[in-house]
Design a protein around this ligand. Structure first.
Ligand code: 6PG
Length: 249
């Protein structure tokens, strides 16, 4: 697959600059989408990297630029824990963003992690199909990258990688066996735009393998993310981008 199909790479000085650039981009895309289509659908990543981004969206200048009444938040994945649990991705986003902006409650489409993984996945799939009137077409899906090449909760060699015909599926975190719900590959690839935000020297090797290395998508599930009719962008800081330089310089 050509480099272009692997997405457009944006390298920023450091993690804060990368988060600031993505915040600016999301605020602008939200305003354009609400103007054009009356709403902006955004699927968010969990984990630690995007917290700074979410906080920036809740602060000026972005807070007053975003048409929050038209923004609809979804999650790329969720741990099957109650919404107030420290491991909940919903809780992280509520603390960093939702509790700090005038977002209508009905615009928050969380995964009901308090249910079993199968029930939560079915419930989320129903909500996605109701919102999109069919299979999802997110305006933006925001993703992170695990150092094993996973994204959302699409883990290497997992059954969730092969799920077709539904937008959400159960998953299990390797090692811990923690039950999860994840957007499926077709749901991710239906997006108008997918943004990866990856920072830190610890991710350099996996970034190089995913973006420049041999295609091995079941070992590196992030390689399965290729929007069918949309854009793919990688926002990296300099340390994470070091893996893209063959000389490692
Ligand atoms: C999750 C995330 C997961 C995350 C990566 C990177 O629920 O943990 O959705 O896919 O994006 O594991 O996590 P960090 O940003 O913490 O490195």
């Amino acid at each position: 697959m050509s480099g272009a199909a692997r997405g457009r790479v944006h390298v920023h000085a450091d993690a804060r600059a990368a988060a600031a650039a993505v915040a600016e981009e999301l605020a602008s895309l939200a305003a354009q989408a609400v103007e054009a289509r009356g709403r902006f659908s955004l699927a968010l990543a969990g984990g630690s990297t995007p917290r700074a981004l979410y906080r920036l969206l809740a602060e000026e200048p972005h807070r007053s630029r975003v048409p929050w009444h038209g923004v609809h938040l979804f999650w790329g994945d969720e741990r099957c824990v109650p919404p107030g649990h420290p491991r909940s991705n919903f809780r992280m986003v509520r603390e960093a963003l939702v509790s700090r902006v005038p977002l209508p409650e009905e615009n928050v489409h969380r995964v009901r992690g308090e249910l079993s993984a199968d029930l939560a996945a079915d419930d989320y799939a129903h909500e996605l199909r109701a919102f999109f009137g069919g299979e999802p077409r997110f305006d933006v899906v925001h993703l992170g990258l695990g150092d094993d090449g996973h994204t959302a909760s699409l883990f290497p060699f997992s059954p969730a990688l092969r799920v077709r015909g539904r937008p959400a599926a159960r998953a299990l975190q390797p090692g811990t066996g923690e039950p999860r719900v994840t957007l499926t590959v077709p749901a991710l690839n239906g997006a108008r735009r997918v943004d990866f935000l990856v920072t830190g020297a610890g991710k350099a090797r996996v970034v190089g393998r995913v973006v420049r290395g041999a295609l091995d998508p079941f070992r590196l599930p992030a390689q399965l993310v290729r929007p069918r009719d949309g854009e793919l962008h990688w926002h990296l800081d300099v340390p994470a981008a070091a893996g893209l330089d063959p000389s490692g310089g």
